[in-house]
Ligand binder design. Structure first.
Ligand SMILES: [Mg+2]
Length: 149
């Protein structure tokens, strides 16, 4: 583990590789033959917003600020999972809610879903923004003007 228990990029890449290997192993064991096609970012935004509408979360208007606060809350939940001692790649179930996955990956997924829902609701082209910003980031200098973190 890197300094202050924050994983290094190499450790994250190794963790990701282990997750993929474990997923393939699980799929093989459960006889799954083919994964569904990967979802596009635009598709994720549409689907997340449609789920929000269907669940009644837009029966009354929620402000952009409400949605931002909900995004923050999911990141806080991810941090609380970490503080509780769960491994960063651990997904677990509890007897109280045996069908609800819990853990850092789930809370990070919730954050992404919240962002996607917001973009779907407001018609924000998240994929274009990500592409544009990542291209800009590649033009920035080492540690972006000397930032410490
Ligand atoms: Mg959550």
């Amino acid at each position: 583990m890197g300094c202050r228990d924050i994983p290094t990029m190499l450790e994250l890449e190794q963790q990701h590789e282990r997750m993929i290997i474990n997923e393939h192993r699980r799929n093989r064991e459960h006889g799954k033959k083919k994964k569904p096609a990967p979802m596009t970012i635009a598709g994720l935004c549409r689907k997340a917003n449609a789920a929000s509408v269907k669940a009644g979360w837009q029966d009354e208007p929620r402000s952009f600020g409400d949605l931002i606060a909900l995004m923050h809350s999911e990141l806080t939940e991810a941090f609380e999972e970490f503080r509780a001692g769960h491994a960063l790649d651990e997904v677990y179930l509890t007897p109280a809610k045996p069908n609800k996955p819990e853990g850092v990956p789930v809370e990070l997924a919730d954050a992404v879903i919240r962002i996607a829902q917001c973009c779907g609701q407001y018609g924000i082209d998240l994929e274009a923004a990500i592409t544009r910003k990542m291209a800009y980031n590649e033009t920035r200098g080492h540690r972006w003007e000397g930032k410490k973190l």
